[in-house]
Design a protein around this ligand. Sequence first.
Ligand code: ZN
Length: 603
Amino acid sequence: MRTNSSTRCGLWAVFCALAALAAHGQQLPRTRYTISLAQAQAHLAHVSIELKAGADDRRMQLPVWNALYQVRDFSQYINWVKASTPDGKPLPVVAIDKSIWQISGASAGAKIEYEIFSDVSGPYGAQLDAHHAFFNMAEVLMYDSGARSEPLTVEFVDMPAVWKVATALAQCSPPGYCAENYDRLVDSPFEIGTFREEDFEEGGARYRVVVDADPADYDMAHMVKTLRSIVRTAAHWMNDRPYESYVFFYHFPRGPGGGGMEHAYGTAIEISTATLKDSEEWFNDVSAHEFFHLWNVKRIRPQTLEPVDYAKENYTRALWFSEGVTSTVQGYILLQAGLLEERRYLDRLGEQITTLQQRPAHRTQSAEESSLDAWLEKYPYYRQPERSISYYNKGELLGILLDLRIREASQGKASLREMFQWMNEHDAKAGKFFDDSAGVREAAEAVCQCQLREFFERYVAGTDEIPWNEMLSSVGLRVVQQNIEVTDPGFELQRMFGGATVITRVNQGSEAERAGVAMGDVLLSMNGKAVGPDPHEFIGAFRPKEEVRLRVRRGSDERELKFKLGSKQEVEFVVRDVEHLSTEQKTRRKEWIRGETRGAAHP
Ligand SMILES: [Zn+2]
């Protein structure tokens, strides 16, 4: 997915020759996609694909997954497919499987047309309605499997005159947006509508902030100020800026929703207005996380995700690193940008440890296995605490522990930051992909000049209990376990993709069970308060014994259930200073929180 032109020219002389021809003004034949938005009200996009002359038989594939590590079979939304020759004679179309159509007689080129229903909102979706369109293109556009690496253009027609288009792709001639290949196209979402845009310059790059929301619900000037400090801090942390421009797409829906999706030249983020009003943390967290992904996963990329197989699951053991350690760095960026206080950071560290330790599956599922099983996350049972851990949660903790381990072993001369810079130089910029956990270990060992075999075997590939106090002692911290009484609603909640919070288990004999709460109910609100992005925190805001009115959606019905909340004992892990904090520990703490190393020169 990288588009560094100097690397490409070294590897693919043909591509460069074609690019040179284009630069001299000669029209190159390209695959052309035209998307009609005439039936926006009915959520129907009409797609037409003009294929160049070439093979007689073409296999047109619609991806089965994109944006989320979940098979979602986008072909379920295709109403019909037809094909014709460039001069309009019908061609036979044969379905090969649920997502592949074969067209015969296309040697002189062909026109493929189909109608697709698009009404999945949010950063992982494709949605067309009377208000706007937001498209992850892999969910809408088929590709010719013999021409996936060839250049193409996309044009939108039949849209309201007041609608504008925002995307990271450049406009080109013939009219439309150009991508050097299908992979780049589907890594570039489109927002089309009456969005608001603010641009800013920082460190020589242009940043675009595209917001589709009611202007009463957000403060653009404040957002720009926050984003400016995030991008400045992250580019400084990486000592790199591998792009000229970058787009932040935001949606702030009034209803439920939330999530972020990374791209090489942008990110799409959704935050419900209720969450946005509640605290700035979610905006800061998700923006810093998705921004750092432009390095980690988009450019510093595991070999197991390359090339992407759009036809089936891409199994990788590296999501603990690509996702979890992205969260580690997200925390560091916010600390160093002055957007997160040290005490709050340490409290959140305690919450992350609690989350991992409370799930019995931390003894049976490793961080690597959790990565491999990501494809099961769409099933509510898989998310039970006995069945799985989160590679975000354990990966974020492993990132912190790896940072501290590298710092200790190198006498403070190296850290996670040097490790990422090493991977950026040796892998990303060299056009290479890293070998999952072994590749991370290689980079870590290179910068610490130490052996990390045991760390990776026990805590990354294995399920050994993490000795928290030993791991945190270099920075003068320890973990204290305390029994606390917490609110027990009588059921388990999980937040699913797309933002819905689902009841995944109802405890036997609970008040909730007596009131008729059922597994699979979607929780909408409790006592009128809309459910937020963190179900645990949401429940924690209610007191034990409180009478509640629970509003749930079951199938297409909404209902209200009344009952009294219970209480239960829980073990909570909190992060505190060690008893006698030494000067060395204080210094190491300061270096860790500030992202500094000894004797290393960061420009
Ligand atoms: Zn992520």
